[in-house]
Design a protein around this ligand. Structure first.
Ligand code: ATR
Length: 275
C-alpha cells in the first residue's frame, strides 16, 4: 500500500521537507508520496480531518500551525506536551498522535559532536518556538545548567520555568549572559538575527568564548551564519542547523515507516536543493 505523507504550513512553498522525504523514500525503495500543502489557519481543522479520511500515514506540521494543531489530535506525546508544540503527526489506524522531533533532532546533531552532555553548561540565545523545543529536549536529556537569554525576558522566563523540573535552568539578561559567556560549553543561537542582511549584526559578542566551546546557530543556510565563522576564528567548534533539519525529518520518517532513515541521502538531497 502506498504510504501517504506530507507537510501542512502557511506559507510552505519554500519547504525542503518534500525533497528530503522523497529522497528517503527513493533510497529505501518505499512506495510513497510526500507533498507540501499550503493550508491557512482557518483550514487546519479540515486539513487534519482529510488527512484521516484519506488514510495519510503521517504529516509534518510547520509554521504557523505547530501549537494550534494540538487541539485537533487524539493524543500528544509527553515531549510535545512539554514543548507545547507538535511538528509530526502519526496516524495509527485513525488515531492521530502528535510528536515533536525538532528539539531531539537538534540534540542528536549535537550528540554527534559531544558525547556526554551531563556536565555541560548551555546558553540559549532567543526564546521563540525553536528555542522552546531545544530547551525542553536538552533539559530532559540532562545538562548541568541551561541559561536562557532573550530580548524579551518574560519569554525566556516562561521557558526556564518549563525546564526547571529536569535541570538547573535560569534566565539571564543579555549583559549578564555576555559577562558569563566564558563559562558556557555550548552556546546556541535560536534567533533570526544571523539572517539579517546587516552582516555586523551578531546575536552576542564572541570575544570571550571558550576555546573548546561548541557554538551553534539553528539557521541552516551556511551562507547566513557569519557568527559561526567568527566563532571558528576564535578556536571554537561550530554547528549550524542543517543537522537539526535532517534529524527532525529522519525521526518523523522512522515513526511513519518503521525503518532507519537514510540520513546521508536526505542530507545530500537538501544540500543539492540549497545550491
Ligand atoms: P522561532 O519559532 O524560529 O523560534 P520566533 O518564535 O519568532 O521564531 O522567535 C524569534 C526569536 O528571535 C525570539 O527570541 C526573538 O526575540 P523576542 O522574543 O524578544 O521577540 C528573537 N529576535 C528576533 N529578531 C530579533 C532582534 N532583532 N533582536 C533580538 N532578538 C530578536
Amino acid at each position: 500500500m502506498k504510504l501517504l505523507m506530507g507537510v501542512f504550513g502557511h506559507p510552505v512553498a519554500h519547504s525542503m521537507s518534500p525533497v528530503m522525504h522523497k529522497a528517503a523514500l527513493g533510497e529505501l525503495n518505499i512506495e510513497g508520496s510526500y507533498e507540501a500543502y499550503d493550508i491557512g489557519p482557518e483550514e487546519l481543522e479540515d486539513g487534519i480531518k482529510s488527512m484521516k479520511s484519506e488514510g495519510y500515514r503521517g504529516m509534518n506540521i510547520t509554521l504557523p500551525h505547530k501549537v494550534a494543531v494540538m487541539d485537533h489530535l487524539d493524543a500528544v506525546s509527553e515531549e510535545a506536551e512539554a514543548i507545547g508544540a507538535v511538528n509530526t503527526i502519526v496516524n495509527e489506524n485513525g488515531k492521530l498522535t502528535g510528536y515533536n522531533t525538532d528539539g531531539q533532532g537538534f540534540l542528536d546533531s549535537v550528540l554527534e559532536q559531544v558525547e556526554d552532555l551531563s556536565g555541560k553548561r548551555v546558553l540559549l540565545i532567543g526564546a521563540g518556538g525553536a528555542s522552546r523545543a531545544v530547551a525542553v529536549s536538552f533539559a530532559r536529556h540532562g545538562v548541568k545548567e541551561l541559561a536562557i537569554t532573550n530580548r524579551t525576558l518574560s519569554k525566556a522566563n516562561e521557558i526556564a520555568v518549563r525546564c526547571k523540573k529536569w535541570c538547573d535552568s535560569r534566565v539571564l539578561p543579555a549583559t549578564m549572559a555576555q559577562a558569563a559567556f566564558t563559562g558556557y560549553d555550548l552556546i546556541i543561537n535560536t534567533t533570526s538575527i544571523g539572517m539579517s542582511p546587516d552582516v555586523n549584526r551578531m546575536p552576542m559578542s564572541l570575544e570571550t568564548v571558550k576555546r573548546n566551546a561548541l557554538v551553534c546557530d539553528l539557521i541552516y543556510n551556511p551562507e547566513e551564519t557569519r557568527w559561526l565563522r567568527e566563532a571558528e576564528k576564535k578556536g571554537a567548534k561550530t554547528l549550524n542547523g542543517i543537522g537539526m533539519f535532517i534529524n527532525q525529518g529522519a525521526l518523523a520518517f522512522e515513526m511513519w515507516t518503521g525503518k532507519k532513515a537514510p540520513r546521508e541521502a536526505m542530507k545530500q538531497a537538501v544540500l543539492f536543493e540549497m545550491k
